[in-house]
Design a protein around this ligand. Structure first.
Ligand SMILES: Nc1ncnc2c1ncn2[C@@H]1O[C@H](COP(=O)(O)OP(=O)(O)OP(=O)(O)O)[C@@H](O)[C@H]1O
Length: 602
């Protein structure tokens, strides 16, 4: 489990208020002037109804005193108040919408910023991935919803307090009764909000599976296999089964909630109308003036509305707050501690790459994917890593690229522990093409230029990288050359073949001219034989003076390497150049001869 993750807990009121304050603060920071106007509009909308109630009373009093001019003046005041109320409510809703857009963008940026600090292992931890997905899904509306509900709640409480102040002069007992009658519905609302949150948390991985099934069924990357294997009905059945299970649970909770809260909130209504009845009786007996009766009648009716608003706001706030706690917990995951940030003294006076008794176990795995690796590679060496599937070749590359840290031992680059090299400095020294390289749905220029974002606008460098990877012809054939969008996700995009994409990925690696270590994980798997030979000649030219690590299952390439490291069962079983390994008659020679005889038979 990733540090900082805990299951949802029943937080105290204080923690909740702190989170509420954090949400308001986030909203404020994302757009201070909009937030200030919004709060002002909400305050006006909260106070005006109390003023209207009081104006209603003085208006009736003026009518009873037959003071026509005064009565009309109060009527005008009331009309103005109502106009102000309408404007304030409309402005609040518009401002809320605008603030939502700003806040959503700000929170997404914060999440993505946090994501950049994380390590590859975080993305391969299913719980973490769930949390990230949820945080992203909730970023747009939860903080705003919490801020809005909190301020809405504060507004409704202010209105209700205003009404209570007007009522207390009538009867403190009536006020107490009203509050007591409101309590059961409020507590029920809280309980159901929590149950709803727990249900969704419990169902989070089912919901993720639904999303995954939708992705498999409706994405271009899966379409071919889904069609040829006719997976549609099977996967759709699974989608239906999971969807129905979620629906049944959601529905029964919503119905329970409706039944209980709707019933209990009638207690509040009853008590309101009880008080209203008492006021009516007193007015009928002449113990209350008509002005007071008008005011109380208004207060009772409006008070009921405010009370319902508070009840709903409490429920909504509680629920939004629980989701917000997910988001804040994600944002609070501590950045991994790296010795890299510590000052690093040179540990060996040597150039090149050294593996010192390196062992690595993937998180939550018992088995070592690599162990007891002791190797030194000098600058300018071309090293081929070979071995059967699962031998640990890609793991070796991921460790070298600093994507994982060794569980045992250490890796040194020019005598410095990789962990002591700041990440950005390390990245600048490495150029990597992964087996599963990315195909960016962006222009060809960006697809190449992203290899070194600092030189994204450097046209000559991009053209040179394209030429270096032998991709000039591919680019020339595109309708708008380098400015053609690649991929089919967006209108006007041009799809490339696997081999063409691979050349673009290679060009991306060639953008890093300053990198002194070039890592190629099966870079030519999608290329035809001629193209592959050509790419290798280029790599050797371009790699002059750099250390090149190459993973390949094709021995025609492997044999050209200065050094060949044979991995099997998590360790190095042989190493040397082609001639030596062939003569040794071990695993390498067996693999080479098998492949060579395959070609011979052709
Ligand atoms: N993310 C991961 N989490 C857990 N185990 C992993 C992970 N990636 C790889 N492994 C395991 O580590 C071992 C080495 O895998 P690796 O991908 O390094 O092999 P490889 O030699 O590159 O294989 P191939 O030739 O098939 O690409 C395998 O047993 C694999 O199951």
């Amino acid at each position: 489990m990733v540090a900082g993750q805990q299951p949802p807990t029943a937080d105290g009121l204080r923690a909740r208020l702190t989170r509420g304050a954090r949400a308001v603060q986030m909203a404020w920071r994302s757009a201070p002037s909009i937030a200030a106007l919004w709060i002002a509009a909400l305050a006006i909308a909260a106070l005006v109804p109390v003023a209207v109630a009081w104006v209603g009373k003085v208006l009736v009093d003026a009518i009873l005193a037959r003071a026509t001019g005064e009565a009309l003046a109060w009527l005008l005041v009331e009309m103005l108040l109502v106009v102000v109320l309408g404007l304030a409510q409309r402005a609040a809703s518009t401002l809320r919408g605008l603030l939502g857009v700003r806040l959503g963008l700000a929170v997404h940026r914060e999440i993505l910023q946090r994501t950049m600090d994380l390590e590859l292992r975080h993305f391969q931890d299913p719980e973490f991935y769930d949390q990230l997905t949820r945080a992203r899904r909730e970023a747009t509306h939860r903080p705003l919803a919490v801020a809005a509900e909190l301020l809405g709640l504060a507004g409704a409480v202010v209105t209700l307090l205003g009404f209570v102040t007007l009522l207390v002069s009538y009867s403190a007992l009536a006020v107490l009764m009203l509050l007591v009658a409101a309590a059961p519905a409020a507590f029920a609302e809280l309980g159901f909000s929590r149950a709803a949150f727990e249900l969704r948390n419990r169902r989070a991985s089912d919901a993720r599976m639904l999303g995954y099934l939708e992705h498999v069924l409706a994405s271009d990357e899966h379409a071919k296999e889904v069609m040829t294997l006719d997976l549609g009905p099977t996967l759709l059945d699974r989608h239906r089964y999971l969807g129905e299970a979620i629906w049944h649970e959601e529905r029964s909770l919503a119905l329970d909630r409706l039944r209980s809260v709707a019933l209990l909130s009638q207690l509040g209504t009853l008590s309101f109308y009880g008080c209203y009845a008492a006021v009516t009786i007193q007015a009928a007996r002449g113990q209350l003036g008509l002005g007071e009766l008008t005011m109380y009648a208004f207060v009772f009716r409006q008070g009921q509305t405010s009370f319902q608003a508070i009840l709903m706001a409490i429920g909504a706030l509680y629920e939004h707050d629980l989701y917000l706690s997910n988001l804040l917990r994600f944002l609070a995951i501590p950045a991994p501690l790296r010795p890299a940030m510590l000052p690093a003294a040179p540990e060996r006076r040597e150039r090149g790459v050294r593996f010192e008794n390196v062992g690595f176990r993937y998180p939550d795995q018992d088995r070592f994917a690599l162990r007891h690796i002791d190797l030194y590679f000098g600058p300018g060496d071309t090293i081929a890593l070979v071995g059967p599937n699962g031998a640990g070749k890609s793991t070796f590359i991921k460790l070298l690229a600093g994507l994982y840290e060794p569980t045992e031992g250490r890796i040194l680059l020019d005598g410095h522990d990789l962990r002591s090299i700041p990440r950005d400095a390390l990245r600048r020294r490495l150029a990597v093409v992964f087996q599963d390289y990315n195909q960016y749905q962006l222009s060809a220029r960006e697809n190449v230029g992203l290899g070194d974002p600092a030189h994204l606008g450097d046209a000559p460098r991009i053209t040179a990288a394209v030429a270096g990877a032998g991709a000039s012809e591919i680019v020339a054939a595109l309708p708008a050359g380098l400015d053609t969008r690649l991929g089919r996700w967006f209108a006007g995009g041009v799809e490339l073949s696997g081999g063409q994409w691979q050349r673009i990925a290679l060009a991306r690696a060639f953008m890093r001219r300053d990198a002194d270590v070039l890592i190629l994980d099966e870079p030519t798997a999608a290329l035809d034989i001629d193209a592959e030979a050509e790419v290798f000649t280029r790599v050797r030219e371009l790699a002059a003076g750099r250390t090149v690590f190459l993973i390949s299952h094709r021995f025609a390439n492997v044999r050209l390497a200065d050094r060949i490291v044979v991995l099997a069962a998590s360790g190095v079983v042989e190493e040397g150049d082609h001639a030596r390994l062939l003569a040794a008659g071990g695993l390498y020679s067996a693999m080479f001869r098998k492949q060579a005889s395959g070609y011979a038979l052709d």
